[in-house]
Ligand binder design. Structure first.
Ligand SMILES: *Cc1c(COP(=O)(O)O)cnc(C)c1O
Length: 435
């Protein structure tokens, strides 16, 4: 049996199966809460992007946005799948270096890159810095001169599409902390600083219009806006872009209400749109770069919890509390994100009623799922929440001094611990005495 809308199966014991492994046995072996990933799904998500570009014979770079889930093992898989990597901090860059990720395939992002971050990027000869503001142009220029190195640079721009010309409400809006504004001339001003720079090799534009997007239209409109600017720069300055980075944000299925587009369709439509503009401008095809995060890791992961207290309020609601919550999955508390779940040890039993899944933290807002249809729930049941592979572990925190859960990878029925569960000792490891 296959679980509706999620890429997992049920075995003849009625247990949920992930990557060929029995989820209930994984919970017994490693304890809960536990993040579990099906590595084949991660690999297939990478291939869906890369192979489509290959088939279309377009030179491309697909960079995994490592903020979605960064760990040594995850980045080793990205390396094996020929992905590039986006990092936004020294911590993410350090993790990539520890995973021996090829540095020329690492790209640095961020709206407030510090001198130390830039220094670390330049010292390690990463592939590209995506410059976000005027201060960075100055810092990068200064550092490159100091190191006497050259560096590829893209400029992040905010397309700032007006809703009166298009019915779409874009997140790449003018009022954004990210990137250079195209409409008020700041992008062009930045261009003049970057173009023909002694140390900066300016390659082209980057834009990331938002996250969990389900239509290709928005990406196509953003592409069109970028090309309007590129046309101007070509005519005025003779600039020919070598790279066009269209960011990430490809939507995934959290609940049955979402119907994501398959990744090859995004790639095909984007390539077609870029080709159209390239022909109109009569320039060579630039490299196309994409930066999926959620689309790579999200649906490959799930979280296992053990059910504890069950509170029945007659006529109002049934609260089912689990042994994790906003400390391992912040998204419901942060932005009312919705999830679906099954009881892993009763995965083929039909639902009989709706319950609400509560976390353990001392906050009423620590609710993982409201009104979830489930079979009869008992203490000790294992709850499996789907699509927690992105922005789950990476947003995990120590509120209430809960230890961060372990992460297990499963591939072809073989399970492997890839992040250890934190201990109590880990939790106080930075505390110093005041006695
Ligand atoms: C967050 C982010 C991404 C990845 O977004 P997803 O929704 O996870 O695909 C890509 N590029 C940039 C610049 C980002 O900030």
């Amino acid at each position: 049996m296959i679980i509706d809308n999620h890429p997992f199966e049920v075995n003849d014991k009625g247990h949920l199966v992930i990557g060929g492994a029995d989820a209930v046995e994984l919970a017994q072996k490693y304890g809960t809460p536990l993040y579990v990933y099906d590595v084949n799904i991660i690999r297939n998500n990478c291939k869906a992007f890369i192979e489509t570009f290959d088939k279309m014979e377009v030179t491309a770079k697909v960079a995994y946005a490592s903020k979605a889930f960064s760990s040594i093992a995850m980045l080793q898989i990205m390396k094996q799948e020929n992905m590039c990597l986006d990092v936004v901090s020294e911590g993410e860059l350090y993790t990539a270096l520890q995973a021996e990720f090829p540095t020329e395939k690492i790209h640095l992002h961020g709206n407030n890159k510090s001198l130390n971050e830039l220094r670390m990027a330049i010292e390690n000869d990463i592939g590209c810095i995506v410059v976000d503001n005027f201060r960075e142009i100055e810092l990068i220029g200064r550092l490159l001169k100091e190191y006497n190195k050259q560096m590829d640079v893209l400029m992040r721009v905010t397309p700032g599409i007006e809703s009166k010309t298009h019915q779409y409400i874009m997140t790449g809006n003018e009022d954004s902390k990210f990137g250079f504004n195209l409409n008020n001339g700041q992008a062009e001003e930045a261009f003049k600083l970057l173009w023909n720079h002694e140390f900066i090799k300016f390659k082209g534009l980057h834009c990331h219009i938002g996250s969990q997007i389900f239509e290709t239209d928005r990406f196509l409109i953003a592409t069109e806006v970028l090309f309007q600017e590129l046309k101007n720069w070509k005519n005025t300055y003779g600039f020919i872009p070598e790279v066009l980075n269209l960011g990430g944000g490809y939507g995934i299925r959290y609940t049955s209400e979402e119907s994501p587009i398959s990744y090859d369709i995004y790639v095909k439509e984007l390539v077609t749109e870029v080709k159209k503009h390239v022909q109109m401008l009569a320039i060579p095809m630039p490299e196309i770069w994409l930066e999926p995060g959620r689309a790579i890791a999200g649906n490959a992961g799930l979280t296992l919890y053990t059910v504890g207290a069950i509170k029945h309020i007659p006529g109002i609601r049934n609260y089912v509390s689990v042994d994790g919550g906003m400390t391992d999955n912040l998204r419901p508390a942060l932005y009312q994100a919705k999830y679906e779940a099954v009881i892993a040890n009763k995965a083929s039993a039909p639902p009989i009623s709706e319950v609400s899944i509560a976390g353990k933290c001392c906050e009423s807002g620590d609710m993982l799922i409201w009104d979830l249809p489930l079979p009869k729930v008992d203490h000790g049941d294992i709850l499996a929440v789907f699509s927690t592979g992105a922005y789950g572990y990476s947003m995990a925190n120590h509120y209430n001094r809960f230890a961060k859960p372990a992460v297990v990878f499963v591939e072809d029925s073989q399970d492997k611990l890839v992040v250890k569960r934190e201990s109590y000792q880990d939790i106080i490891s930075h505390d110093l005495s005041y006695e």
